[in-house]
Design a protein around this ligand. Structure first.
Ligand code: AMP
Ligand code: MG
Length: 283
């Protein structure tokens, strides 16, 4: 491939291709040979391709096609999920996007099963939905902190697979990206949040406590990849110490996903020639 990728991002970043997450190096750019400048330049070019594909999806949705795309973003605090929403989502038409973040479940959400709030947030026809955290939180912090008994969270992997299979069968293409930041880089980013008043809002004192569970989180993420990475709803693991690379990678993965839908512009549901004549004759 001539644009800097030595291998398609879908192959270089697939969870099954990267080995144990505990040995993963977040300071790498798998499959991409270029540097930051090349990556940034390529991202702005590829962003236009992505925007065109999104418009095709939206146009088809407006014309009765029921398909949609769901991008699930997971990753530790500071991994850059918000940056993906802003910088990759930001390259597309906001009309065609639905963005949802998932925090600690509310009282109401806790009265329902863990997929209840997820169902309600799914993208409508023609849209790309972005989840900033997702149903996977229910097997990540929930597992790490034992928020429900093991017998409960253990069942969730199968429930998630079933939920995602049904979703795919009903026309939603799912792509799951885990942004991986190294422990050192996370410390730098947390430090920055404490040094800059414009970043205080992102800081949460609990993030330092969560760092204490780093290895438990890695184990919980490994279980997620082992049990829920399937061709129908694949996981990609994205080294994110370099923000430019994470953004480029997610952009490429979305382009791949949208291209696979083989969308075409919807045919006119009116007589084009007759309309031209009417318009020519109009005042
Ligand atoms: P943020 O993404 O920074 O807004 O933080 C949201 C917080 O909510 C994180 O600490 C998540 O781990 C937590 N969270 C999200 N979903 C769940 C869940 N289902 N159970 C427990 N904690 C959750
Ligand atoms: Mg946070």
């Amino acid at each position: 491939m001539s644009n800097g990728w030595s291998m398609p991002a879908v192959d270089a970043l697939r969870a099954s291709a990267i080995g144990p997450i505990a040995d993963f190096d977040a300071d790498t750019t798998p499959g991409f040979r270029g540097d930051k400048d090349a990556g940034t330049r390529l991202l702005s070019e590829r962003g236009e391709v992505l925007a065109d594909l999104q418009e095709l999806l939206y146009a088809n949705g407006r014309s009765g096609d029921h398909r949609s795309v769901l991008l699930v973003l997971q990753g530790m605090d500071t991994a850059g999920k918000g940056g993906i929403v802003r910088h990759v989502g930001g390259m597309m038409d906001p009309q065609g996007l639905t963005v949802r973040g998932f925090g600690k479940p509310t009282k109401e959400e806790l009265q329902h099963d863990f997929l209840w709030r997820i169902h309600r947030a799914l993208p409508p026809a023609g849209r790309i939905g972005i989840f900033d955290r997702s149903h996977y939180e229910d097997v990540l912090p929930v597992r790490v902190h034992g928020l429900v008994p093991r017998s409960e969270w253990e069942k969730r992997y199968e429930l998630i697979n079933k939920f995602e299979s049904d979703l795919v069968a009903s026309g939603t293409t799912i792509i799951k990206c885990c942004l991986v930041v190294s422990k050192d880089e996370q410390k730098k980013r947390l430090t920055e949040r404490l040094e800059r008043p414009d970043k205080y809002w992102k800081y949460n004192p609990g993030d330092i406590d969560e760092r204490g569970y780093w290895d438990d989180y890695l184990e919980a993420y490994q279980a997620v990849f082992d049990l829920t990475d399937r061709d129908a709803a694949p996981w990609f693991v994205i080294p994110s110490d370099h923000k430019w690379f994470a953004r480029l990678a997610v952009c490429e993965l979305l382009i791949h996903t949208l291209s696979a839908l083989r969308l075409d512009w919807p045919a006119a549901d009116f007589d084009v020639e007759a309309e031209k004549k009417r318009l020519a004759a109009a005042d």
